[in-house]
Design a protein around this ligand. Structure first.
Ligand SMILES: [Fe+2]
Length: 374
């Protein structure tokens, strides 16, 4: 069985694909049971609707999704920072638009349960569970909620949120506390916490940023415990030969050309939990693929279509993409094939989606996740 992976499709207009590239990509994915990508836009509802952002609000027509089906995609992760750009109306229109184009959305739904549940793909021999999650940072409103009478359920996306946590050394903690005392922030925070309006003021915070005392100053990335438990719970409820997760994140890191360590650690934890393939998008650049135990971490899938409003300011690396095809047998990943691509831009730019030469790698040829630390 083959599974295909592509990076993010930021679509705001009709997609233009080079004819030769189209044939190559279709051929590359021809034997795939499923081809999963990330949708970095929202579909316009039939009637007027509200924008949920004042800047970088992405939307497209339902017909603009047709190119994804033509390229061979079957599933799109909605759990990202643009699915809610048109609010609940946009989520519903996107699900409808995907279905109208023969595509299936994951990581988004009309309520929390549907957003958090996987798409199931059954073959004659295997059952696949395809999950979508967003790691943030995003406001709470984008995540789907359950109905709480008399309130309706809120359509939205599924979260596996990362909470950033600042650790400071003794000198740093003293200084932050001194400033908080002098400016009155400590007393201000205590008054709000005392009435339950803000988190407990006994936890150290500096202008809203929680921090803790440690040996050195460092930025910690912790998985939201409730989101983790919910994913664990859902995973137990879905027996499948292979669990695959598409994870979108916008924390990026201090070096945009590599995946931050917390992404790799999260990938390992997900594989330990029972996921076989962790595919990451968010930073529009290709990052390495690692093996860990019997699983794979595609630490950065890069782009597929990039109708960005910032074409002139991005460096060239965002236009170098990669398509991935993974061959699986009974409980084992056999090999991966890689197809380098030139990411497609807008109709106004000269960039067209095009494809290079296929490279095949046996599973054992990939670096292990621990080798990448050397
Ligand atoms: Fe994104």
């Amino acid at each position: 069985m083959n599974l295909g992976f592509v990076g993010q499709a930021l679509i705001t207009e009709q997609v233009t694909v080079d004819e030769v590239a189209l044939a190559r990509i279709q051929d590359f994915f021809a034997d795939c049971t499923a081809v999963i990508g990330h949708l970095e836009t929202s579909i316009l509802p039939d009637g007027p609707t509200y924008p949920m952002k004042d800047r970088t609000c992405h939307y497209a027509q339902s017909s603009d999704l047709a190119a994804l089906k033509t390229l061979g995609l079957s599933h799109l992760n909605l759990a990202g920072n643009h699915a809610f750009d048109l609010g609940p109306d946009g989520i519903e229109a996107t699900l409808k638009g995907l279905a109208g184009n023969g595509l299936v959305g994951i990581g988004g739904g009309v309520d929390r349960d549907s957003a958090c549940s996987p798409a199931i793909v059954n073959t004659s021999t295997h059952c696949l569970a395809l999950w979508g999650r967003d790691a943030g940072p995003q406001p709470d409103v984008v995540y789907a909620s359950d109905a709480l009478s008399p309130l309706k359920a809120r359509p939205g996306i599924a979260g596996l949120r990362i909470d950033r946590h600042l650790q400071v050394d003794t000198t740093g903690a003293k200084e932050l506390n001194r400033i908080s005392q002098e400016t009155g922030y400590s007393q201000w925070a205590k008054l709000r916490a005392d009435i339950g309006y803000d988190p407990n003021s006994s936890n150290q915070r500096f202008y809203g940023i929680p921090f803790s005392l440690g040996e050195k100053c460092q930025d910690n990335y912790d998985v939201n415990a409730a989101d983790w438990s919910e994913l664990e719970h859902h995973l137990r409820d879905h027996d499948a030969h292979y669990h695959v997760i598409h994870l979108h994140q916008h924390h990026w890191g201090e070096d945009w050309q590599t995946s931050p360590q917390w992404i790799l650690d999260l990938g390992k934890s997900l594989i330990d939990m029972g996921i076989s393939i962790v595919a990451v998008t968010g930073n529009p650049r290709v990052h390495p693929i690692y093996r860990y135990r019997r699983g794979l971490i595609l630490s950065g899938l890069g782009g597929l279509i990039f109708h960005t409003q910032r074409e002139a300011t991005y460096d060239e690396s965002v236009w170098c993409g990669q398509l991935v095809c993974i061959t699986l047998s009974e409980k084992l990943i056999q090999n991966i094939r890689l197809l380098p691509i030139q990411v497609g831009g807008t109709s106004r730019s000269q960039r067209r989606l095009s494809a290079g030469e296929v490279q095949t790698l046996p599973f054992e040829a990939l670096s292990t996740i621990d080798e990448c630390r050397n």
